[in-house]
Design a protein around this ligand. Sequence first.
Ligand code: PA5
Length: 453
Amino acid sequence: MKRQLEFSFSDTGAFVAPRECEEIRVLTEAAFDTLTKRTGAGSDYTGWIDWPVDYDKEEFERILAAAERIKSDSEVLVVIGIGGSYLGARAAIEFLRHGFYNNVPAAIRKTPEIYYAGNNISGRYLAELLDVIGERDFSVNVISKSGTTTEPAIAFRVLRDRLEEKYGKAAAAKRIYATTDANKGALKTVADTEGYETFTVPDDVGGRYSVLTAVGLLPIAVSGADVRALVEGAANMRETLLKKDFDKNIAMQYAAVRNILYRKGYNTEIMVNYEPGLHYFNEWWKQLYGESEGKDQKGIFPAAVDFSTDLHSMGQFIQDGYRNLFETVVLVDESTRNMTVPTAADDSDNLNYLAGRTMDAVNKCAAEAVVAAHVDGGVPNMKVCMPAQDEYSLGQAFYFFEFACGISGYLNGVNPFNQEGVEDYKRNMFALLGKPGYEERRAELEKRCDRKK
Ligand code: PA5
């Protein structure tokens, strides 16, 4: 049997009394029911709960076939998308594949280089990405559920032009893979007209919960990672978490403890990792929790650090600054690579006390030391331990955090599945850019500027 992802909140003991856990248990059970019986706000977007077992099997095979095609005809894949339409794939690829994926020789990587576009509006970024692609063969996976998001739409226009210049319209179309809504949106219309291969973002799955759909699976499969094992890990975690038993259900416990802390003034949660390959997992988590919970002037602010790197920049604040922080540390038990600290004959750097120890052991020791120091400094700590740096463990972790997020949002009385606040900047941006239909808003903004002058 595969090892299970573990969760512990024992390092919150000085901050959370057992009585408080007992008190929140009933509320957490109610939130669990709201999520799993699909009776809460946003329940139309809970398709991700059963997706790891109910996924579209025919589409899954098409994803694998498309990935093989991209691997055989492209040196580079560009993944175009923003927010939930790229963070999950990037998190998975950076965690599962080589730490210097795009830089190692192709003979080691064995799969196309993968770059991301459409997650910013920087002309410099896009121009430099075109330099990186150069004259090499490339394909594009454009991902947008709505099919109308400005950032990926601009990047797609630029990259599609480049593909059409290079290969001609018909051959370029065979290198464009569109992941979008099954029926609507500008991207769906273009894909149908131009004959791109399309994959579906299910109606009932929002962007930030979509990593295990085609949104994440196609790029992840192109990177050479085993997407079947990823989905299996999620399915395994689903089975565990669908049992409503607070004493054993780690998602209920995580949701409960973070809400107890929040109600006592700990309103910032820092996700901590000790592996550079988890940097984008943190980014994925930040979006998941930030967009799900930050509503109605409420919510735990999700922050993230990479340790031990950030111990030398953020460590002071976490240890001793304003006390509203708690940490959730994600550890990986078995890394795929390791090194031993070498012995030096003269020990001039005084490091021989570490000689012969693995860097992994030193890293774990650092993690333990930091938890103890931060707890002493007034920072409650929780711990999530992924058994291995592999697809199965990552699938478990994705599902664990998604499920806990649903419970946690309901515990705090918000709809964890909408993101209306994201629209506000778009309205202003469209108005200032002169998009038809936004004239009234533009006039309001111009008046505001005049007042400031
Ligand atoms: O989680 C979400 O729904 C959002 O972050 C979206 O993923 C993001 O805004 C991109 O939207 P779209 O896929 O429609 O381009």
